[in-house]
Ligand binder design. Structure first.
Ligand SMILES: [Zn+2]
Length: 265
Protein backbone atom coordinates (compact mmCIF):
# COMPACT_ATOMS: atom_id res chain seq x y z
CA UNK A 1 0.00 0.00 0.00
CA UNK A 2 3.08 2.24 -0.04
CA UNK A 3 2.26 2.89 -3.67
CA UNK A 4 1.77 6.60 -4.35
CA UNK A 5 -0.72 5.89 -7.09
CA UNK A 6 -3.03 4.31 -4.51
CA UNK A 7 -2.87 7.43 -2.31
CA UNK A 8 -3.48 9.62 -5.37
CA UNK A 9 -6.52 7.52 -6.20
CA UNK A 10 -7.80 7.89 -2.63
CA UNK A 11 -7.25 11.66 -2.69
CA UNK A 12 -9.06 12.03 -6.00
CA UNK A 13 -11.99 9.99 -4.68
CA UNK A 14 -12.13 12.02 -1.47
CA UNK A 15 -12.15 15.21 -3.57
CA UNK A 16 -14.85 13.76 -5.80
CA UNK A 17 -17.14 13.53 -2.80
CA UNK A 18 -16.37 17.09 -1.79
CA UNK A 19 -14.17 16.27 1.19
CA UNK A 20 -11.19 18.39 0.07
CA UNK A 21 -8.15 16.17 0.40
CA UNK A 22 -6.03 18.83 -1.32
CA UNK A 23 -3.92 18.17 -4.41
CA UNK A 24 -3.73 14.49 -5.32
CA UNK A 25 0.03 14.25 -4.73
CA UNK A 26 0.27 10.71 -3.38
CA UNK A 27 1.21 11.76 0.15
CA UNK A 28 -1.09 11.53 3.15
CA UNK A 29 -0.75 15.05 4.58
CA UNK A 30 -2.94 16.95 7.05
CA UNK A 31 -5.59 17.77 4.43
CA UNK A 32 -5.93 14.17 3.29
CA UNK A 33 -6.12 12.99 6.88
CA UNK A 34 -8.76 15.60 7.69
CA UNK A 35 -10.77 14.44 4.69
CA UNK A 36 -10.48 10.78 5.77
CA UNK A 37 -11.61 11.76 9.26
CA UNK A 38 -14.83 13.10 7.78
CA UNK A 39 -15.76 9.69 6.41
CA UNK A 40 -18.19 8.39 8.97
CA UNK A 41 -17.86 4.67 8.39
CA UNK A 42 -14.13 4.75 9.20
CA UNK A 43 -13.27 4.40 12.91
CA UNK A 44 -11.49 7.48 14.23
CA UNK A 45 -8.94 5.50 16.25
CA UNK A 46 -7.42 3.81 13.21
CA UNK A 47 -3.95 4.82 12.01
CA UNK A 48 -3.59 7.02 8.91
CA UNK A 49 -2.75 4.08 6.71
CA UNK A 50 -5.62 2.02 8.02
CA UNK A 51 -8.02 4.86 7.38
CA UNK A 52 -6.76 5.17 3.81
CA UNK A 53 -7.13 1.43 3.22
CA UNK A 54 -10.51 1.47 4.92
CA UNK A 55 -11.63 4.16 2.52
CA UNK A 56 -10.73 1.96 -0.45
CA UNK A 57 -12.73 -0.88 1.11
CA UNK A 58 -15.66 1.44 1.73
CA UNK A 59 -15.59 2.61 -1.90
CA UNK A 60 -15.71 -1.02 -2.92
CA UNK A 61 -18.80 -1.69 -0.84
CA UNK A 62 -20.47 1.39 -2.30
CA UNK A 63 -19.71 0.10 -5.78
CA UNK A 64 -20.95 -3.43 -5.17
CA UNK A 65 -17.49 -4.97 -5.09
CA UNK A 66 -16.86 -7.35 -2.22
CA UNK A 67 -13.76 -6.21 -0.28
CA UNK A 68 -13.85 -9.11 2.17
CA UNK A 69 -14.24 -7.00 5.27
CA UNK A 70 -13.83 -3.37 6.16
CA UNK A 71 -10.82 -3.69 8.45
CA UNK A 72 -8.31 -1.20 7.07
CA UNK A 73 -5.77 -3.86 6.17
CA UNK A 74 -4.34 -4.22 2.71
CA UNK A 75 -4.47 -7.91 1.87
CA UNK A 76 -4.82 -9.70 -1.44
CA UNK A 77 -8.56 -9.17 -1.49
CA UNK A 78 -8.12 -5.42 -1.02
CA UNK A 79 -5.57 -5.44 -3.84
CA UNK A 80 -8.09 -7.11 -6.12
CA UNK A 81 -10.78 -4.73 -4.91
CA UNK A 82 -8.57 -1.74 -5.62
CA UNK A 83 -7.82 -2.92 -9.15
CA UNK A 84 -11.54 -3.43 -9.75
CA UNK A 85 -12.28 0.08 -8.46
CA UNK A 86 -9.65 1.63 -10.70
CA UNK A 87 -11.08 -0.03 -13.76
CA UNK A 88 -14.59 0.98 -12.74
CA UNK A 89 -14.04 4.55 -11.51
CA UNK A 90 -11.02 5.67 -13.53
CA UNK A 91 -11.19 3.66 -16.72
CA UNK A 92 -14.98 3.58 -16.74
CA UNK A 93 -15.08 -0.14 -17.44
CA UNK A 94 -17.36 -2.50 -15.66
CA UNK A 95 -15.03 -4.14 -13.18
CA UNK A 96 -14.64 -7.87 -13.32
CA UNK A 97 -16.83 -8.47 -10.35
CA UNK A 98 -16.35 -11.39 -8.09
CA UNK A 99 -19.64 -12.97 -7.24
CA UNK A 100 -19.23 -15.73 -4.69
CA UNK A 101 -23.01 -15.94 -4.42
CA UNK A 102 -23.01 -17.70 -7.77
CA UNK A 103 -21.17 -20.60 -6.20
CA UNK A 104 -23.01 -23.60 -4.80
CA UNK A 105 -23.45 -23.51 -1.06
CA UNK A 106 -23.56 -27.21 -0.26
CA UNK A 107 -22.62 -28.32 3.21
CA UNK A 108 -23.55 -32.00 3.56
CA UNK A 109 -20.90 -32.55 6.23
CA UNK A 110 -21.94 -29.47 8.23
CA UNK A 111 -18.47 -27.97 8.27
CA UNK A 112 -18.35 -25.17 10.84
CA UNK A 113 -17.61 -21.55 10.01
CA UNK A 114 -14.12 -20.24 10.66
CA UNK A 115 -15.55 -16.90 11.79
CA UNK A 116 -15.60 -18.05 15.39
CA UNK A 117 -12.71 -20.11 16.57
CA UNK A 118 -14.99 -21.69 19.23
CA UNK A 119 -17.05 -23.18 16.41
CA UNK A 120 -13.98 -24.79 14.93
CA UNK A 121 -12.86 -26.11 18.31
CA UNK A 122 -16.34 -27.41 19.15
CA UNK A 123 -16.43 -29.36 15.90
CA UNK A 124 -12.81 -30.42 15.50
CA UNK A 125 -11.36 -30.20 19.01
CA UNK A 126 -8.15 -28.45 19.95
CA UNK A 127 -5.41 -27.69 17.46
CA UNK A 128 -3.23 -30.61 16.43
CA UNK A 129 -5.50 -33.28 17.93
CA UNK A 130 -7.42 -36.09 16.24
CA UNK A 131 -5.13 -36.50 13.25
CA UNK A 132 -5.21 -39.63 11.15
CA UNK A 133 -3.44 -40.86 8.03
CA UNK A 134 -5.27 -40.81 4.75
CA UNK A 135 -4.21 -43.44 2.23
CA UNK A 136 -4.35 -41.58 -1.04
CA UNK A 137 -6.23 -42.91 -4.07
CA UNK A 138 -3.44 -41.52 -6.25
CA UNK A 139 0.15 -40.64 -5.35
CA UNK A 140 0.98 -37.06 -4.43
CA UNK A 141 4.24 -35.30 -5.13
CA UNK A 142 5.65 -32.82 -2.64
CA UNK A 143 5.37 -29.44 -4.31
CA UNK A 144 8.56 -28.21 -2.65
CA UNK A 145 10.51 -31.42 -3.29
CA UNK A 146 9.38 -32.91 -6.56
CA UNK A 147 11.57 -36.00 -6.29
CA UNK A 148 9.45 -37.16 -3.35
CA UNK A 149 6.15 -38.93 -3.86
CA UNK A 150 3.89 -39.82 -0.97
CA UNK A 151 0.97 -42.22 -0.63
CA UNK A 152 -0.45 -40.88 2.65
CA UNK A 153 -0.47 -37.82 4.84
CA UNK A 154 -2.00 -36.65 8.11
CA UNK A 155 -5.39 -34.97 8.18
CA UNK A 156 -8.13 -34.51 10.77
CA UNK A 157 -10.17 -37.68 11.32
CA UNK A 158 -13.44 -35.79 10.73
CA UNK A 159 -12.44 -34.75 7.20
CA UNK A 160 -10.83 -38.06 6.30
CA UNK A 161 -13.80 -39.76 4.60
CA UNK A 162 -14.90 -36.67 2.72
CA UNK A 163 -11.37 -35.95 1.53
CA UNK A 164 -11.06 -39.52 0.30
CA UNK A 165 -14.33 -39.25 -1.65
CA UNK A 166 -13.14 -36.02 -3.28
CA UNK A 167 -9.81 -37.49 -4.37
CA UNK A 168 -11.44 -40.66 -5.70
CA UNK A 169 -13.73 -38.52 -7.86
CA UNK A 170 -10.75 -36.47 -9.02
CA UNK A 171 -8.97 -39.66 -10.08
CA UNK A 172 -12.07 -41.06 -11.80
CA UNK A 173 -12.72 -37.86 -13.69
CA UNK A 174 -9.26 -36.72 -14.72
CA UNK A 175 -7.18 -39.92 -14.67
CA UNK A 176 -3.56 -40.05 -13.62
CA UNK A 177 -2.16 -38.57 -16.82
CA UNK A 178 -4.27 -35.43 -16.63
CA UNK A 179 -3.81 -35.18 -12.88
CA UNK A 180 -0.09 -34.85 -13.49
CA UNK A 181 -0.53 -32.38 -16.34
CA UNK A 182 -2.82 -30.22 -14.26
CA UNK A 183 -0.72 -30.33 -11.11
CA UNK A 184 -3.50 -31.97 -9.09
CA UNK A 185 -0.90 -34.23 -7.52
CA UNK A 186 1.38 -31.37 -6.49
CA UNK A 187 0.71 -31.25 -2.82
CA UNK A 188 1.60 -28.20 -0.74
CA UNK A 189 0.63 -29.58 2.66
CA UNK A 190 -2.28 -30.25 4.97
CA UNK A 191 -1.71 -30.56 8.73
CA UNK A 192 0.63 -27.78 9.82
CA UNK A 193 0.31 -25.71 13.00
CA UNK A 194 0.72 -22.09 11.99
CA UNK A 195 -1.01 -18.71 11.92
CA UNK A 196 -3.35 -17.48 9.23
CA UNK A 197 -1.64 -15.42 6.59
CA UNK A 198 -1.49 -11.85 7.77
CA UNK A 199 -3.20 -12.68 11.05
CA UNK A 200 -2.69 -14.00 14.53
CA UNK A 201 -5.39 -16.65 14.57
CA UNK A 202 -4.38 -20.21 13.81
CA UNK A 203 -4.67 -21.27 10.18
CA UNK A 204 -7.17 -24.01 9.31
CA UNK A 205 -4.06 -26.07 8.53
CA UNK A 206 -3.46 -26.22 12.28
CA UNK A 207 -6.42 -28.62 12.56
CA UNK A 208 -5.48 -30.63 9.48
CA UNK A 209 -8.65 -29.48 7.72
CA UNK A 210 -7.06 -27.45 4.92
CA UNK A 211 -4.95 -28.48 1.95
CA UNK A 212 -2.77 -26.66 -0.52
CA UNK A 213 -2.27 -27.83 -4.08
CA UNK A 214 -0.01 -26.63 -6.89
CA UNK A 215 1.32 -23.64 -4.90
CA UNK A 216 3.87 -22.54 -7.52
CA UNK A 217 1.11 -21.71 -10.02
CA UNK A 218 -1.37 -20.40 -7.46
CA UNK A 219 0.55 -17.91 -5.38
CA UNK A 220 -1.34 -16.50 -2.43
CA UNK A 221 -1.57 -13.01 -3.88
CA UNK A 222 -2.58 -14.04 -7.36
CA UNK A 223 -6.14 -13.43 -8.47
CA UNK A 224 -8.00 -15.36 -11.11
CA UNK A 225 -6.23 -13.48 -13.88
CA UNK A 226 -3.05 -15.38 -12.97
CA UNK A 227 -3.94 -18.36 -10.82
CA UNK A 228 -3.85 -21.67 -12.65
CA UNK A 229 -6.73 -23.06 -10.58
CA UNK A 230 -9.05 -20.32 -11.85
CA UNK A 231 -9.02 -21.85 -15.35
CA UNK A 232 -12.15 -23.64 -16.55
CA UNK A 233 -10.36 -26.97 -16.84
CA UNK A 234 -10.34 -27.04 -13.04
CA UNK A 235 -14.11 -26.55 -12.71
CA UNK A 236 -14.71 -30.22 -11.97
CA UNK A 237 -11.85 -30.29 -9.49
CA UNK A 238 -13.64 -27.55 -7.56
CA UNK A 239 -17.05 -29.12 -8.02
CA UNK A 240 -15.86 -32.29 -6.27
CA UNK A 241 -14.67 -30.27 -3.28
CA UNK A 242 -17.70 -28.00 -3.20
CA UNK A 243 -20.12 -30.94 -3.44
CA UNK A 244 -18.67 -31.99 -0.08
CA UNK A 245 -18.93 -28.46 1.30
CA UNK A 246 -15.22 -27.65 1.12
CA UNK A 247 -14.37 -24.01 0.52
CA UNK A 248 -11.92 -22.63 -2.01
CA UNK A 249 -10.58 -19.25 -0.87
CA UNK A 250 -9.78 -18.60 -4.51
CA UNK A 251 -13.32 -19.25 -5.69
CA UNK A 252 -14.86 -17.25 -2.86
CA UNK A 253 -12.34 -14.48 -2.24
CA UNK A 254 -10.10 -14.57 -5.30
CA UNK A 255 -6.76 -15.13 -3.61
CA UNK A 256 -4.86 -18.11 -2.20
CA UNK A 257 -6.15 -20.33 -4.99
CA UNK A 258 -3.89 -23.16 -3.80
CA UNK A 259 -5.96 -23.56 -0.64
CA UNK A 260 -9.12 -25.54 0.10
CA UNK A 261 -10.62 -26.09 3.56
CA UNK A 262 -13.34 -27.97 5.42
CA UNK A 263 -14.61 -24.80 7.10
CA UNK A 264 -16.93 -22.12 5.83
CA UNK A 265 -15.71 -18.53 5.65
ZN1 LIG B 1 -3.49 -23.29 2.71
Amino acid sequence: MKDKSVIKFIQAQLNARGLDAGTADGIIGPKTLAALNKVEAIPSDWSETRKAVGFVQLLAIENDIDPGKLDGYWGPQTQFTYESLVSLLIEGKEAELWRPEDLPDENPNNWPSQKQEENIIRFYGEIAKNQTNIDLPYPHTLAWEKSTTISRFLCHERVHDSLLRVLIRVLDHYGMHKIRNLGLDLWGGCFNVRSMRGGKRPSMHSWGIALDYYPSKNLVRWGRDRAEFAKPIYNMWWKFWEDEGWVSIGRQRNFDWMHVQAAKL
